[in-house]
Design a binder for this molecule. Structure first.
Ligand code: ADP
Length: 437
């Protein structure tokens, strides 16, 4: 059974129970009241009859006394119990005199009986208790019908309200099924007036938006990855074919083979970066955090890097504050800094200068890699940490645009942050901030 029908069934059952309780209360209350009123009527009928019956010269005179009126019997007996007036054959005739009113259970029902002695006779007014039912049964029927009508109305009303309340949920189900059947994640739920369903639709829509984004990103990522892998493969194939065709020319073959090795290295680098990014996404990347001296680590690194810079006719300087320790994965921090310095070398201008800086700012160690190279436009700064993003693909043909994306992932794994400040044509400063141990 659907939730909607179940709610309406429970609701109707509850209304029905409530109505039954009200009806029973009403029934017992009106019974008590009617019985009280019947007792009073019997007493009154007795007193009326006593005023209409006269004993004159030992004889009884009845002035228009009815034997039965509104279910109340008037009986007159002689002192020895012989019925002189009234209906024979009823239970109320069979019992003896007793002053006052009493309730008796006789062969033909429960009776209310009132007796009164008058000049050697006794007068009796009697009524069956069941008289009240004939008096009020039509009222009961009316109340019962009204109650049933109310139950039906409330069940229909309940069904209407529940159906309206479930409308957004049904729309949600149908949109979700449409999405499940097809692959259109751009579909959105309409907003409705009720607060809860509005919140539900907006939560569902934002979830759809996020799913849509992440599917698009994944697709872009796969497209980019395939593209990046296809290029070196095409070069390898072309060089192999060329080497094969000029197999007798040793110099040409050597040149082709070294080109193949270069492309294979590039592919290997690309595949390991992809693997690492995928591990970072899955959360399965291994981190080996420990306390180490960032100052000493950068001192060693700056010597190697200044050598590299010199080979490219660039000058390199470093200003490193001593005694700065951090708690992080040393290997990841080294790789991140190398990546930043390599970029600074790659995107520098002729005879450019690179500056490596380490300082402490309160509880954070700040590493800056500053260059006076080509710089990055404000628009591109927003995207340089995206996977596969390259400002100028032709300029960095040997790289793939995954370096900064990996630096960002590694920084996050070490509770560090990476940021960039740059001006197109004037140079860039990349800053890595790591919490101090
Ligand atoms: P790549 O492997 O292409 O260098 P990165 O992720 O390291 O990939 O960098 C992404 C892009 O950001 C680069 O292609 C380049 O356009 C830009 N970039 C990175 N570092 C610098 C820098 N120091 N100066 C200018 N541009 C830079």
């Amino acid at each position: 059974m659907s939730l909607k029908k179940r709610i309406v069934a429970w609701y109707t059952l509850w209304t029905l129970t409530l109505m039954a309780i009200i009806f029973l209360l009403f029934f017992s209350f009106s019974n008590t009241l009617s019985l009280r009123s019947l007792r009073h009527d019997v007493e009154e009928a007795l007193s009326d009859a006593s005023s209409l019956i006269r004993v004159r010269s030992g004889r009884l005179n009845f002035f228009s006394v009815d034997e039965v009126e509104d279910g109340i019997y008037i009986l007159v007996f002689s002192s020895d119990g012989t019925l002189l007036f009234g209906r024979e054959g009823i239970g109320a005739v069979s019992i003896g005199y007793q002053e006052g009113q009493r309730t008796l259970s006789l062969s033909d029902g429960h009776w209310i009986i009132s007796d009164m002695m008058m000049d050697g006779y006794y007068i009796r007014a009697a009524a069956r208790e069941s008289t009240i039912y004939s008096m009020i049964s039509s009222d009961y029927l009316l109340v019962l019908i009204a109650a049933l009508v109310m139950v039906v109305i409330s069940a229909l009303g309940g069904y209407f309200i529940v159906s309206r309340a479930f409308l957004p949920l049904e729309r949600l189900i149908s949109t979700a099924s449409e999405i499940a059947d097809g692959d259109d994640l751009t579909k959105r739920l309409e907003s409705s007036n009720a607060k809860e369903s509005r919140e539900l639709s907006s939560a569902f829509n934002s979830m759809l938006g996020r799913l849509d984004d992440s599917f698009k990103k994944e697709k872009e990522f796969t497209d980019d990855a395939s593209h990046e892998l296809r290029t070196p493969l095409a070069v390898i194939k072309a060089e192999s074919e060329y080497a094969l065709s000029s197999i007798d020319d040793r110099a040409e073959v050597e040149q082709s083979l070294s080109a193949i090795i270069k492309e294979t290295d590039r592919m290997t680098r690309l595949i390991s970066s992809l693997l690492e990014l995928s591990r970072a996404d899955k959360g399965s990347i291994k981190i080996n955090k420990r306390r180490f001296s960032l100052s000493s680590m950068l001192e060693g690194l700056s010597e190697e890097m200044s050598q590299m810079a010199r080979e490219r006719n660039l000058s390199f300087s470093s200003t490193l504050e001593k005694g700065i320790f951090v708690y992080a994965d040393e290997d990841m921090i080294i790789r991140s800094v190398i990546n930043l310095i390599n970029n600074a070398i790659s995107y520098s201008k002729e005879n450019g200068h690179i500056d490596l800086l380490l300082k402490r700012n309160e509880s954070v160690a700040i590493i800056s890699v500053k260059d006076d190279g080509i710089g990055i436009s404000e628009e591109d700064q927003k995207r340089i940490f995206d996977r596969f993003f390259q400002v100028d693909k032709a300029r960095s043909s040997s790289s793939s645009g995954l370096g900064l994306a990996l630096v960002k992932e590694m920084a996050a794994l070490n509770n560090a942050t990476i940021s960039v400040e740059s001006k197109l044509g004037y140079g860039s400063t990349f800053t890595l901030s790591i919490p101090i141990a």
